[in-house]
Design a protein around this ligand. Sequence first.
Ligand code: AMP
Ligand code: MG
Length: 411
Amino acid sequence: MVSVVDLDRMVHPDEARRIVLSRVRRLSIERVPLAEAAWRVLAEDVVATEDHPPFPAATMDGYAVVASDASPWREVLGEQMAGQVLDIEVSEGSVVRIMTGAPVPRGADAVVRVEATEPAEDHVVILQDEVTAGENIRPVGSDLRRGEVVLAAGTELGPAELGLVAGVGLVPVPVSARPRVSVVSTGDELVEPGDPVGPGQIRDSNRFSLVAALAGVGASVVWSGKAPDSEPALRALLIQRMAESDVVVTSGGVSMGDLDLIKPLLGDLATVHFRRVFMKPGKPLNFATTEAGAVVFGLPGNPVSALVSFETFIRPALRSMMGCSRIERPRVPVTLAQATPSSDRIEMQRATVRVDQHGTLVATTTGSQASSRLASFLGANALLVIPPRDVSYDPGERVEAVLLAPPLGAE
Ligand code: AMP
Ligand code: MG
């Protein structure tokens, strides 16, 4: 039994992430057509079942020759295009006209490029003095060797990766299932963004931030909507969402207010593992799991808190569920460009990191870091990890940054 005291302990973000990663399950494997596999996570190793190229291939348009042949002119026996194999043998005094990618005919051991030749009616003059055996030929297996592990399970299938999968003929492609995620915005103050906003009301923005963040990780949003601060309504919705999702993400309702209902409901409907993180923003993050294996993240309602929590905990969790080989974003040391306030918790400040003319990574924060100011994410390619301390940080001090995108170049 976890006691109430344990649950209210402030957990270091690294420990919280370890707890989350230890609680998530690996998703099943599905086999999809190549065209649907782009940016999915490969679920099995890809092994080359044959050599690539499978035949010695010309890398130039020209003439397939015997390298040691010194004949002043050669008879042209035929034309070898890509995609077929002519039954011709090249010997001294003869050549075969050949196109890039075509198999080199028997007997030939080099290709002289067309620019180094002079054609006549039914023969050709080789103008090149020295021809080396193997010249302009891609040997069998020079790109991939049979039995070679081309891609390891856990690789994301970008352009080169998907091309390699196609090239070795692995169809359909074994990929991890997408996590099925439900997004629940809670709060009586929320209205649909297209509806009129009454007194005291605000538009629900978190739902859409989270939908975009989830799309970026390759999750499948199976449901998204909002719920009022009403115990019975929230309870019924959570029960249903937990049953139909791998991951449920709620926003709001985890603070100390009278209508902060998510916290008690999660305690009732699931096993809560922590509900306070030593992090700013994002302190009241609730993390729970159900008996059936769904995981629930109760995010704070402030838009920045919700997104920083997503980055720090949900993204790694989803990537772990999909078996990604690299779960975390890169962390690099950066130099602060300006004085930066500190807090009493680990503060994740949004910043722009660029490489200066000396090759140093320099970070500039994006203005007010209020947890309601979603615009603090604009132009940010990093979250600075600012350790707590009494005095603010000076320009030139070094801190760690989580890179959300590559650093910008020097201005
Ligand atoms: P809560 O965590 O419910 O106490 O909400 C904290 C702050 O975030 C309040 O100012 C809410 O109005 C705001 N907030 C909560 N949910 C959303 C949402 N879905 N979209 C935008 N702001 C929200
Ligand atoms: Mg609320």
